[in-house]
Write a protein that binds this ligand. Structure first.
Ligand code: HEC
Ligand code: HEC
Ligand code: HEC
Ligand code: HEC
Ligand code: HEC
Length: 404
């Protein structure tokens, strides 16, 4: 009798487990499939487009063994290498240049943009879930990826100017009195040689603005950095990854044939950013001279506003409205790490102003402008530019105006 009941219980629990698994599958049924269907539809509207007939619904992934990374970004960003999608909205848009020399099938996307390559939901892939470490990095910081692979010799100086400016500032502020880079420098503060392994761009940036807000009792000085300077120093520090994470390791693997005859990338890169260069005021000829590179192209402290003429607000990115991600402003505020700098109620940091009652003092339109381009609202301010999409700006503003 007992035995029979056990059997019935087993069968029932199997059915239940099956049903739950099915439900789980249904629930998690990925947004990506909707993007892919939509892409096929859009591509079909464009005449003579092979992508339309080729496309099947499937996760597109590449593996970068050297870094133990998987990159699935192309699962949604299907038009990146399709020139016919130039006028399509995000995430289907043709990529602005660069992908011929860095084909997605070898490099993926996260190698330049950051984010969580494994994920197949928008929020997770872009690192917008509260508590996630990897985040998409804003455009102003993209040159750190270029620099990490190319150093400063193989690209026009303007491509890595922001990083060179960061090196210059690290020299000027004598950060290595207290910090080490590759074994050189003081030991009052932590070794920064691989700081970007532990910290994402927001954390690094925020720390530079107000060390004691992130580490109570910190003895690191508050240098009163403005947006441009903090951006530049962060751009350099983001190139500081641990062994096994360095993009140069990948470059070596994927591009060996292409680079035959040139020095091994590791050498090239380490000589570019030899710690000696950073400490010493006088930089040996032939090595990177960050000051020179930077001063040619940009006035110090002027980096963030470089591309944005005053009064000429940068447009938010056009995304595909029919299936735009449904953002919850409160979660996004956490997920984008706004709370590292801003307090709301009892939670959050103290690098920037307390936003508990922001909805009383600021209008929606003003907030929208600020989030689209902080340099316009606060030209000499500290708040970083995120390059938010329209949908993100709207969700955040809808949330902020409720804070009364
Ligand atoms: C599930 C689909 C999906 C995946 C996977 C995905 N994205 Fe996106 N991506 C989108 C959508 C949708 C947008 C438009 C943004 C919006 O409307 O908020 C977008 C926008 C972007 C943008 C421009 C907007 C910005 O914030 O700068 C970048 C850059 C980007 N994605 C990079 C990546 C990278 C890198 C990966 C992989 C780590 C990735 N995406 C994976 C759907 C996806
Ligand atoms: C070699 C580095 C590199 C790689 C690899 C790369 N990108 Fe980019 N991407 C950039 C740069 C630099 C820009 C900014 C270009 C500009 O400022 O116009 C950019 C811009 C973008 C944008 C914004 C376009 C817009 O219309 O505003 C999106 C979205 C994007 N990339 C997605 C991707 C995806 C998806 C992949 C992988 C298929 C990828 N990127 C691979 C460097 C890269
Ligand atoms: C993961 C390492 C890596 C990253 C990150 C990277 N590159 Fe490259 N890049 C390479 C390699 C390797 C080549 C050589 C490819 C080839 O010749 O086939 C290359 C080639 C190029 C070329 C073409 C040079 C030529 O002679 O054809 C340009 C331009 C370029 N990169 C710019 C950039 C910019 C700008 C960025 C940042 C947005 C960037 N790269 C990021 C590794 C990288
Ligand atoms: C007088 C010594 C001193 C100087 C100068 C100094 N720092 Fe620091 N720094 C510290 C100390 C101590 C800490 C650890 C306490 C803390 O987290 O603030 C720290 C922490 C940091 C961190 C956080 C590291 C982590 O893993 O969280 C970063 C990033 C940093 N410093 C960057 C810089 C940069 C860039 C400069 C130059 C602009 C600089 N520091 C100048 C003492 C200093
Ligand atoms: C690295 C720190 C930092 C981060 C991250 C940050 N902010 Fe700020 N924010 C500031 C600072 C500092 C100011 C004060 C103005 C200035 O100096 O630019 C500010 C100003 C603001 C203001 C205007 C407050 C006023 O004066 O009325 C709002 C609203 C705001 N931030 C929202 C956000 C949102 C939303 C995010 C996330 C997308 C965010 N911030 C991320 C530092 C930050």
């Amino acid at each position: 009798m007992l035995i029979r009941w056990q059997w019935i219980a087993l069968v029932l629990s199997l059915i239940l487990a099956g049903a739950l698994a099915g439900l789980g599958w249904f629930e998690s049924r990925p947004g990506w499939a909707r993007y892919q269907r939509e892409y096929i539809r859009l591509a079909a509207d464009r005449p003579a487009n092979e992508a339309a007939t080729e496309s099947r619904l499937e996760i597109r992934q590449i593996e970068i063994a050297a870094l133990n990374r998987v990159d699935r970004c192309a699962t949604c960003h299907l038009g990146a290498t399709n020139p016919k999608m130039a006028d399509a909205p995000l995430p289907f848009t043709t990529h602005p240049a660069l992908l011929d020399s860095h084909p997605p099938e070898e490099y993926g996307c996260a190698i330049c943009h950051g984010g969580e390559g494994r994920a197949v939901t928008t929020a997770e892939a872009h690192g917008e879930m509260p508590g996630q470490h990897g985040r998409l990095i804003p455009d102003a910081l993209l040159p750190s990826a270029c620099y990490a692979c190319h150093g400063s010799d193989t690209l026009p100086p303007s491509d890595t100017a922001v990083v060179a400016e960061g090196i210059k500032l690290i020299n000027e502020y004598k950060c290595l009195r207290c910090h080490q880079l590759d074994g050189v420098g003081g030991s009052i503060g932590p070794d920064l040689s691989a700081v970007a392994s532990q910290r994402n761009w927001v954390e690094i940036y925020a720390h530079l603005l107000r060390p004691d807000a992130l580490s109570p009792g910190s003895t690191m000085p508050d240098f009163g950095l403005r947006r441009g300077e903090a951006t530049a120093i962060a751009a350099y520090l983001l190139t500081r990854l641990g062994p096994g994470e360095r993009v140069t390791d990948v470059m070596y693997l994927v591009a060996e044939p292409a680079l035959a005859g040139t020095p091994a990338p590791n050498e090239a890169v380490t000589s570019d950013i030899a710690p000696g260069d950073i400490v010493s005021e006088n930089i040996a000829p032939g090595n990177i001279a960050p000051g020179d590179i930077a001063s040619e192209n940009i006035a110090p402290g002027d980096i963030a506003s470089e591309n944005i003429a005053p009064g000429n607000i940068a447009p938010t990115r056009r995304s595909y409205e029919a299936i735009a991600p449904g953002y919850d402003g409160r979660r996004l505020f956490e997920g984008l790490d706004c709370s590292v700098c801003h307090r709301v109620g009892l939670k959050g940091g103290e690098v920037g102003p307390d936003l508990t009652h922001i909805g009383r003092g600021r209008e929606a339109a003003w907030l929208r402008d600020l989030l689209t381009d902080p340099a316009r609202a606060f030209p000499d301010g500290q708040m970083p530019a995120y390059d938010l999409s329209e949908a993100q700006v709207k969700a955040l503003v809808d949330y902020l105006v409720t804070l009364k």
